[in-house]
Design a protein around this ligand. Structure first.
Ligand code: HEC
Length: 205
């Protein structure tokens, strides 16, 4: 093969590689956008519902029992939303109360630290979200995280001595002996809604 021909072949090969690579990449980005939109919608709905349920429990049975009931209703709500939307949804934290469901994995821990930095640099929590396509040994996943910030209501069960209710403290001691989700102030980052969905390239057009 002469030099010109070889050069041509190399150019076509690299074009082919570039071309075949760029189409799926574009499609991936579109799908990632769609996943982000879906996750935003689910997060808004889930957060409103879980806070409302928690408020109703506090109003109807008081803080002691509400904290106990949370151990069932919170994971139940994660399950309900996960099954309905074909995703894995949970609330995670760097300092979890429930060490089983609230534990943040490596990606979530890194994400929470990134969010913490963004907040320190003056970014508004409602503008922050993390959306990525993350390969794992067995599957690739779409991943999404949106921060949860402490309001006065949260502090009744997660606050410092000044804000936390004694009823909640005694209930937490009993039902969550390894609790770390305490001592927060108004506006602190408490954790995040985390959504994970299997990315299946065969189904992605
Ligand atoms: C009635 C007490 C109560 C109130 C009020 C409350 N929480 Fe919690 N929170 C809990 C309990 C109990 C759990 C553990 C639930 C479980 O067992 O899965 C929890 C879990 C969490 C988690 C999941 C990670 C973990 O630590 O297990 C996050 C994040 C969280 N709460 C944030 C908030 C925010 C933000 C607010 C206010 C909008 C709030 N909580 C209000 C009691 C409360």
């Amino acid at each position: 093969m002469n030099h010109a021909k070889r050069k041509n072949l190399m150019t076509s090969l690299s074009l082919l590689l570039l071309f075949s690579g760029s189409i799926p990449l574009q499609a991936q980005e579109l799908k990632l956008d769609e996943f982000a939109r879906q996750s935003r919608r689910i997060t808004a709905n889930f957060t409103a519902i879980i806070i409302r349920r928690c408020e109703l429990e506090v109003e109807s049975i008081g803080l002691f029992a509400a904290t106990e009931v949370c151990k069932i209703t919170a994971p139940q709500a994660y399950y309900e939303y996960s099954i309905k939307n074909n995703i894995i949804l949970k609330l995670v934290s760097l300092n979890p109360r429930n060490v089983v469901t609230g534990h943040a994995d490596a990606w979530e821990q890194a994400g929470l630290q990134k969010i913490q930095k963004m907040l320190k640099n003056g970014r508004q929590a409602k503008e922050i979200e993390i959306v990525e396509l993350v390969p794992e040994p067995a599957e690739t996943y779409y991943r999404y995280m949106s921060p949860m910030i402490a309001t006065p209501f949260c502090l009744k069960c997660h606050g410092t001595e000044k804000d936390i209710s004694q009823e909640a403290v005694s209930s937490i001691k009993l039902f969550y002996p390894n609790d770390k989700s305490i001592g927060y102030h108004l506006g602190d980052l408490m954790g995040a809604v985390s959504i994970k969905k299997v990315y299946n390239p065969l189904n992605e057009k």
